[in-house]
Each structure stands twice: as C-alpha cells, then as structure tokens.
Design a protein around this ligand. Structure first.
Ligand code: HEC
Ligand code: HEC
Length: 258
C-alpha cells in the first residue's frame, strides 16, 4: 500500500524530470539552433529571457515585445487567440516600419522558422491554447472616389477619432491619457503592412496588448472596405523615425560580429 502511495506521489515528479527527454533528438537540436540564432540576432533588444528587456531596449521609444506574454500586435487571427507561425514569420522578415524592429531579410526562411519555434517557447500560452483561425476578409470592391467620404463617416461613427484624431494624426482626445500612443495613420509605411488588406485586417483583429480595439462583427462588408480605403488615402511621404535608425545601426553591428 505504502509503495503504491509513494509511487503515486512521485509520479508527477518523474514526469517532470523525464519529460524533456521525451523531446526527440531532432527537436532538441532544432531548439538549440533556434536559441543560438535568437541570442545572436534578437536578444540585444528582446532580452535573453525574451522579456523585452535587452540592453538596447532603454534606447528605444517603442519598446521591444515581451515574448513571455505570448501576445502579438500583428496577426491574422481574432483578438484573444494565438497568432499563426506565418504571422510571426512575416513580422520578423519584413519588420514593423517606424520601430527598431527592422526587416531581418538576411535570415533564411528556415532560420526564421527555427527562431519562431524558439520564441513561442517563452510563453506557456502556446502549449496551453490552440492557435487561432485566420479571419477571412470579405471580397474587396474596386476603388471608387465615393468610398472616401463613406469611409470618413465610418471613421467618425466608430470612435476612431477619439484616439486617432480628426485627421488621423494620432492626436485624438484620448491620446494624452494612453501610454501606448495611437498610431499616426498618415505615416507610411504603416506598421501593420502596406496594403488595403493589411489595414482592413487590423481593423478586425485590433492590436493585442495595446488600446487598439478589435472591430470584428462591428464593422463589416462595404463599411470595412470604405474605411480601409479612407485610411489608405491619408498617407503622406515616408519618413524614418529615430527608433528605426537605431534599429538599423544595432543590426549592422550584429552582422559585423562573428
Ligand atoms: C534593434 C532592436 C530589435 C532587434 C535586434 C529585434 N527586434 Fe523584434 N522588435 C523590436 C521592437 C522595438 C518591437 C516592438 C515594435 C512595436 O511594438 O511596435 C519588436 C517586435 C517584434 C515582434 C512582435 C510583432 C508583434 O506582432 O507584436 C516579433 C515577433 C519580433 N520583434 C521578433 C524579433 C526576432 C525574432 C528578432 C531576431 C531575429 C528580433 N525581433 C530582433 C526590436 C528589435
Ligand atoms: C482606444 C483608442 C483607439 C481606438 C478607438 C482606435 N484605435 Fe487604432 N490604434 C490605437 C493605438 C494605441 C494604436 C497603436 C498600437 C501600437 O502600434 O502599439 C492603433 C493602431 C492602429 C492601426 C495600425 C497603424 C500602424 O502603424 O500600422 C490602424 C490601421 C488603426 N489603429 C485604425 C483604427 C481605426 C480605423 C479605428 C476605428 C475603427 C481605430 N483604429 C480605433 C488606438 C485606438
């Protein structure tokens, strides 16, 4: 009886000790390759432990993502669900314009995929919850000039103005009170991507861990596209931010060191 009791007590412990060895040799090898790549290319900003507090973080206005939260701003899945691997790959490869997260196009797709698996291991969310399903966008109507006033009306009706301001410059009445500032929607390229689809997708998904709310089931069909065309029309000449210049410098240094 005592034997059985002891056996049951120690069963979970046995599992915790031996579980890592259940990972196949191949998985372990991929994990360590991912870790090496991460340490070299990402840790200076995102931190060795993935908590967003690498040594360069203090130099940046927009702080590096904390991977331990498992929450991502840019993704194709509904708010509250996990991103797809492709969403993370895209952000890594093409970067988030206007921030120190500059494109990492010198990495191969295979390397990026190893890093994605590795950064997911920083958050238990990925082992506990299922990945979300990508939201499918309604069919896009071709552009006509009437869409712009329609889109502006949708912008006003849905309170975008409160945060992004009357002309989309990020200076709405709530802006001062927010720690994460509403995006200046006249800036190009936008962080979320440069197509009308990228704008429409962001309106539906929102941006997790920021005040940008999701509008899935609120703004739909024709209204969604008029609004996306309207936001697209606000763009002005691209300008480099100081974070972006800093990011470029840091990446240049990384690539120079062996
Ligand atoms: C020079 C600093 C810097 C380096 C190097 C860097 N990042 Fe980032 N990264 C950032 C910043 C800053 C953000 C946050 C941008 C934002 O929140 O708008 C970010 C955001 C991200 C995001 C989040 C996108 C989202 O949807 O929230 C991912 C994923 C990411 N980085 C992965 C990586 C990986 C992987 C590497 C290494 C290959 C890397 N980063 C290297 C600064 C950096
Ligand atoms: C409560 C405030 C708030 C409201 C309301 C709001 N937003 Fe945002 N929005 C934000 C914040 C904050 C960000 C920036 C998030 C970040 O990059 O960290 C943002 C980002 C965005 C982006 C991405 C910009 C980029 O650089 O890629 C788009 C597009 C956008 N909002 C459109 C809209 C539209 C359209 C509406 C109305 C339907 C709206 N927002 C309503 C706060 C808000």
């Amino acid at each position: 009886m005592l034997h059985l009791y002891l056996f049951l007590c120690f069963l979970p412990l046995t599992f915790t000790i031996f579980l890592p060895s259940l990972l196949s040799a191949q998985e372990k090898d991929m994990h360590s390759q991912g870790r090496l790549l991460y340490k070299k290319h990402c840790a200076v900003c995102h931190g060795v432990n993935g908590n967003g507090q690498g040594e360069a973080a203090r130099l940046l206005e927009v702080k590096p993502r904390d991977f331990t939260k498992g929450q991502y701003k840019i993704k194709s899945t509904p708010s509250g669900t996990l991103p797809l691997d492709e969403d993370l790959m895209r952000s890594i490869k093409f970067g988030l314009p206007g921030t120190a997260m500059v494109p990492q196009i010198f990495l191969s797709d295979n390397e990026i995929s190893l890093i994605v698996t590795y950064i997911k291991s920083f958050s238990s969310r990925f082992s506990q919850a299922k990945t979300g399903k990508a939201i499918s966008l309604p069919p896009i109507p071709s552009f006509s000039p009437e869409q712009l006033p329609l889109g502006r009306a949708v912008y006003q009706k849905n309170q975008c103005i409160q945060c992004h301001g009357p002309e989309g410059k990020g200076d709405g009445i709530l802006a001062k009170a927010l720690t994460i500032k509403p995006a200046d929607l006249t800036q190009r390229p936008l962080k979320v991507g440069s197509t009308i689809q990228d704008i429409a997708r962001t309106i539906l998904t929102g941006m997790e861990d920021t005040p940008m709310p999701p509008y899935q089931f609120i703004i739909e069909g024709q209204e969604l596209w008029s609004l996306a065309y309207y936001i697209n029309s606000l763009g002005r000449q691209p300008q480099k931010t100081s974070d972006e210049k800093m990011g470029k410098e840091i990446v240049k240094k990384i690539l120079q060191t062996k």
